[in-house]
Design a protein around this ligand. Sequence first.
Ligand code: BGC
Length: 552
Amino acid sequence: MPVSTKPSFWWRHAVIYQIYPRSFADANGDGIGDLPGIATHLPYLVKLGVDAIWLSPCFRSPQIDAGYDVSDYRDIDPIFGTRADFEHLISEAHGAGLRVIADLVPNHTSDQHPWFQQALLSPPGSPERARYIFRDGKGKHGELPPNNWKSVFGGIAWTKEPERAGSASRQWYLHLFDSRQPDLNWDNPEVRAEFEDILRFWLDRGVDGFRIDVAHGLIKGKGLPDFQVRATMVGDHDDKTPSDAPMWDREGIHDIYRSWRSILNTYPDERMLVAEAWVKPQERLARYVRSDEMHQAFNFDYLLTLWNAQAYRDVIDTSIQAMNAVGAPATWVMSNHDTVRHVTCLGLSIPGTRPPGIGENDEQPDEELGLRRARAAIFMTLGLPGSVTLYQGEELGLPEHTTMEARFRQDPAFFRTEGKEIGRDGCRIPFPWKADAPALGFNTTGKTWLPQPKSYKRYAVDQEEKNSDSTLALYRQLLKIRKERGLGDGALQWHESVENVLDFENGSVRVVINFGTEEVPLPQGTIMASSLDLDQTKILPGNSAVWLENVD
Ligand code: BGC
């Protein structure tokens, strides 16, 4: 990055593009995307107009949860390349003016991590075990789990350790996710010191920031009390009440982020932390981004909002207020690698609902209607002040793979719920670059770790690049205007509007979105961009949006 001594606060307005490395571009042809593949496609991202890339984890891992099960935090998994490839990618990205955000997974390690392997070989009460959460079982012979917690991926959150030579007793260990992802014990100073060192390790190698996985889960309630409900990430609580789940959003968590922030502050060039914290209400989430903690947090309330004008207005107001109160930027996100792609959700009978995956036997979306709404939605998202995260492929209007056969599935959530939850594979499909190439240009061998649906051909980059009305062309246009007009650093002001319509201005741009089906009159102003071909009419059709030159 160009070195400057004046802070730019880039993270307050940045558009961050999430790359799912397994599925972006595969340079070595083994069917799984890799770092050299990403490096080749940086010009595409520059042309798109984003400011930063966030890479889902590419650290050494048995890949039980697609890299969210790390066995060596200081090395790159060979399926993605080498550490030299990672460093090359950082330097190429910086050369192209893009920042790079790595994905840090501190709540749990892989069961193959040397620490966990040592723990299994060490007796109860040993320092090796104290890095994780081992407990004796309940029941006469310890045959019952220590409490009733459920795993986010389904089933119970405890596994009895395997038999150990020379020991009659077997303890249980906690895993909020898969049994091969044991939770670390963050009350142990050794764990804290290790992660501080890992942060420094990658900061020294030039990463511009970290997305913190399961940021709300590190500290567990004292005594690990029973909790009635399944520990879903979203929790059991409503919008207004903080969760009382003993595994989420505990007070002590904030000390960890304060110490991390103080480490980042010693580095030049404004490194940043972004929280993946499924915490409600927004005031609780804001506690993660107080001025001495992280820089920003994903706004999952926004991601989960149904297709409804009032619901969006409420979530936008609440988010901006809560973040303003702590001096943090609001953020906006509509899709990621854990949720059904928003374009698909917007084509369901209750538009915007997020089922835990969609399979052949589930309701299938109206693809055209979903795309029409998603194109309108991006006018709202990119029109808002703050930072935006895009998920790879949304700029193509790429839908979820909703008819994948069960035999291809890989998500541990599918297996742990015995198929009751379809899981997240459908949003992680290899990227279509070229309509008429093997694997749609994802590689040259035609191999893919998940199958690509037939429809992806028409969304391929080379097709959309030829078409000035494509979703890709639209994203490029809006991102350009957003940057030129400084919308990320702007301020929002609502205009009163008819039912089902949102109308706001942000500096020189006026944003109007019609969530209904009936056409509505447009306010005055030249159309700068529109989700449908409108040709300066004075009417805004249903499920469409415009940016107008603000004449006020
Ligand atoms: C990641 C998921 C992952 C889980 C466990 C998350 O929230 O985004 O993909 O399965 O953490 O690490």
